[in-house]
Design a binder for this molecule. Structure first.
Ligand code: NDP
Ligand code: 2IT
Length: 445
């Protein structure tokens, strides 16, 4: 395989899918040498098969708003690869959603899920519907119309959706309810469900907590303690909030949070009481970071991301893709940032990634660092098939073990001759090898 030739070919075939091409390019360039050590891979044209989704399902979703107007959105499910387990991955509802974004997310999910040590293939779905500003009833009607199209293509052993941006407990509940009605069965076809109907304890916390556990593993390789470290967090949704929660518990200082409208700065570090109020505002009231800043008398920067403004030792981007560009990365490095651990999927542009690797900081790509969310989804699937629920402590212990295992795989496959651990190479190679071997064993299909 020549990564440049493969990329040229994919660029010709999918010219309007920049996020998809970006995610694929990062993986194929970092695994090129390992791939070429196995000539059989090339004989089976394995890499091209692995880069292209098994199947893309797309459909129109028509629903009625509270004024009685008929509204139309696009819905998608990208089933990328099921070599090692049923398709698995979140659903994203956001106005920016398009096929390129969902293809990149499904591709990344395949490698991430492989790293978790659990039996899950990769998928992603979503819609350009935005729940922001919609009533609960509008969201419910949309979710029902979405699942009405999708339900025949998913199932507990086929494809198991979960949450992502714009899809939390409320949306999963509505989708699960309609799925159950259509399929006439009560199975674990969605994860992130409510606790009373098959959800796992710790699933809401899992991505943020898991990212902090991964960070602790990275810091330990350099003998660095988390206590007192200033951490810039972006976003203020599920991942960002639980990242901040765990950081506060561990004595770190959370110095920023954000949403798509702007950033709040907390130079002294967020207090537990402030976290409680922000959580209430975001989750119960669906409020904005600007309201939090105003209520707390904190500095608010409209239209800004944290990276150039929040003095920090560690960055944990937890909002969306490409939210750290080359300039942001250089600003972080200039102020001595020593670690970046990604809660979001592909939050750093390729230029930013190059800056982090060249500076030899601890840099964890999302597919390793944020794998805690889908890992606990995998544990939810296991509990559902056993028809049992584990305690929060048991799930949390398993999550810690999984994150340590993923860290170990990254170190094993990513350690460079000079001792530096390239977590990008490590995660991509470890994730790839497991899927590749399974695909080889299963023939061409
Ligand atoms: P939420 O919807 O709960 O929160 C998303 C947050 O990111 C909000 O603060 C939102 O602000 C902000 N945001 C979203 N889109 C943009 C944008 N285009 N520009 C700026 N800010 C934006 O989603 P999650 O917390 O679940 O997801 C955050 C990230 O973590 C995503 O990249 C997701 O793929 C990833 N992830 C999530 C997992 C999970 O279990 N939920 C698991 C692994 C990764 P606003 O309210 O203004 O839109
Ligand atoms: O990006 C992700 O890993 C998620 N949104 C979670 C997917 C899942 O199936 O729990």
């Amino acid at each position: 395989m020549k990564a440049t030739e493969l990329m040229d070919s994919l660029r010709r075939r999918f010219p309007n899918e920049p996020e998809y091409l970006q995610a694929v390019e990062e993986v194929v360039t970092s695994i090129e040498d390992v791939y070429n050590e196995y000539p059989a891979f090339e004989r089976y044209n394995l890499i091209e098969r692995l880069c292209m989704p098994d199947r893309v399902i797309s459909f129109r979703v028509s629903w009625t708003d509270d004024q009685g107007r008929v509204r139309n959105n696009m819905g998608y499910r990208v089933q990328h690869n099921n070599a090692i387990g049923p398709y698995k991955g979140g659903i994203r509802f956001h106005s920016s959603v398009n096929l390129s974004i969902l293809k990149f997310l499904a591709f990344e999910q395949t490698f991430k899920n492989s790293l978790t040590t659990l039996a899950m293939g990769g998928a992603k779905g979503g819609s350009d519907f935005s729940p922001r500003g919609k009533s609960d009833m509008e969201v419910m009607r949309f979710c029902q119309a979405f699942v009405n199209e999708l339900w025949r293509n998913i199932g507990a052993d086929t494809d198991v959706p979960a949450g992502d941006i714009g899809v939390g407990a409320r949306e999963v509940g509505f989708m699960f309810g309609w799925y159950k009605k259509m399929a006439r069965e009560f199975t674990g076809t969605f994860t992130g469900k409510g606790i009373s109907f098959g959800g796992s304890l710790m699933r809401p916390e899992a991505t943020g907590y898991g990212n902090v556990y991964f960070l602790l593993n990275m810091l330990a390789t350099r003998g660095i303690a988390i206590e007192g470290k200033r951490v810039a967090v972006s976003g203020s949704g599920n991942v960002a909030l639980y990242t901040a929660d765990k950081l506060i518990t561990l004595g770190a200082k959370v110095v920023s949070m954000s949403d798509s409208d702007g950033t709040v700065l907390l130079p002294e570090g967020m207090t537990r009481e402030q976290w409680d109020r922000l959580f209430e505002l975001k989750i119960a009231m669906r409020g904005r970071v600007s309201e939090f800043a105003e209520a707390e008398g904190l500095e608010y920067l409209p239209g800004e991301r944290p990276w150039k403004h929040a003095a920090c030792d560690i960055a944990m981007p937890s909002a969306t893709q490409n939210e750290i560009d080359g300039d942001d990365a250089r600003a972080l490095l200039a102020q001595g940032c020593l670690a970046v651990s990604e809660g979001a999927n592909m939050p750093s542009t390729p230029e930013a990634v190059r800056e982090f690797l060249a500076a030899r900081i601890l840099y964890a790509p999302g597919k390793a660092a944020n794998a805690g969310g889908v890992s606990v989804s995998g544990l939810e699937m296991a509990q559902n098939s056993q028809k049992l629920s584990w305690t929060a402590e048991e799930v949390d212990n398993r999550l810690r073990d999984i994150m340590a295992d993923i860290h170990g795989q990254c170190v094993e496959y990513g350690r460079q001759p000079d001792g530096y651990v390239n977590y990008v190479k490590g995660a991509n190679t470890a994730g790839f090898m497991k899927v590749a071997k399974a695909m080889m064993a299963q023939g061409i299909y």
